[in-house]
Ligand binder design. Structure first.
Ligand code: FE2
Ligand code: FE2
Length: 250
């Protein structure tokens, strides 16, 4: 699919950011290791889908899909580990990987209780997005033929996943497959919004707490210190009107 091979329009616009992320070896290897976890988790979830689906054809396709995703996880992990072995210093980075959304989006996948049409629509949208991103990432690692070869291999699989999920969706839900795809797109967008909103809320919360620490706390600390200086030091005589025995605990 030529559109997929070029990447999504938004991702094409974000090309300079992608180039910044992939241009640094430390960021690159962190990104690869993050992809490895997402692909492996996605593979396990799709394996679960193969267990619970009542449709024999889907069971076989889900199984193949899960094997592909687990293989992708291994490819990313091995490449990330190879880059890690080649590094002598480990810098702390401003962003742990990429400030942009991840490659696959399978981390939002939930299986239990989901009918096949919803799952297929979700997978189709996620795989299409992944194929678009991996097409761009492939260009970003031109200087690293081994990583580029991994993206090329994975991209072929993601295009197959994108196509088979759509075809199966039209088979099991011929009347409403378009609606399911739009619904899946809406849910994906909503999940993205929630993530961004949570990140912004965390940023605002951290900023406010830091401001409170440096603005509100110092006057109280000063007053506490001043009162502490006014307190007499050493032993103090007890009041004669006090009738409690000194042997009492309280
Ligand atoms: Fe994958
Ligand atoms: Fe995939």
């Amino acid at each position: 699919m030529p559109g997929v091979a070029r990447g999504a329009q938004l991702d094409r616009l974000m090309r300079p950011v992608h180039r910044w992320v992939w241009g640094d070896v430390d960021r690159r290897l962190r990104k690869l290791l993050t992809f490895a976890d997402v692909e492996t988790d996605g593979g396990r979830d799709i394996l679960r889908a193969a267990e619970v689906t009542p449709d024999p054809l889907l069971r076989r396709l889900y199984l193949e899909h899960a094997i592909d995703e687990l293989h992708h996880g291994d490819l990313f992990r091995d490449r990330g580990a190879a880059l890690l072995r080649g590094r002598h210093t480990h810098r702390r980075l401003l962003f742990n990987g990429n400030p942009l959304p991840g490659g696959h989006g399978l981390d939002d996948l939930s299986i239990d209780g989901e009918p096949d049409h919803r799952l297929l629509a979700f997978l189709h949208v996620a795989e299409k997005a992944a194929a678009g991103r991996f097409a761009i990432y492939r260009e970003m690692v031109d200087d690293d033929p081994e990583t580029r070869a991994i993206f090329e291999e994975i991209l072929r699989d993601e295009v197959f996943h994108m196509n088979y999920t759509y075809k199966q969706l039209t088979r099991i839900s011929p009347q409403a497959y378009r609606r399911h795809v739009w619904h899946a797109r809406g849910r994906r967008l909503w999940n993205r919004y929630l993530r961004v909103a949570a990140a912004v809320a965390a940023l605002i919360g951290n900023t406010l707490l830091t401001a409170m620490y440096f603005v509100l706390l110092p006057p109280f600390a000063y007053l506490a210190k001043r009162d502490a200086r006014r307190e007499p030091t050493g032993w103090m005589p007890t009041s004669r009107t006090r009738h409690t025995t000194p042997r009492s605990q309280y």
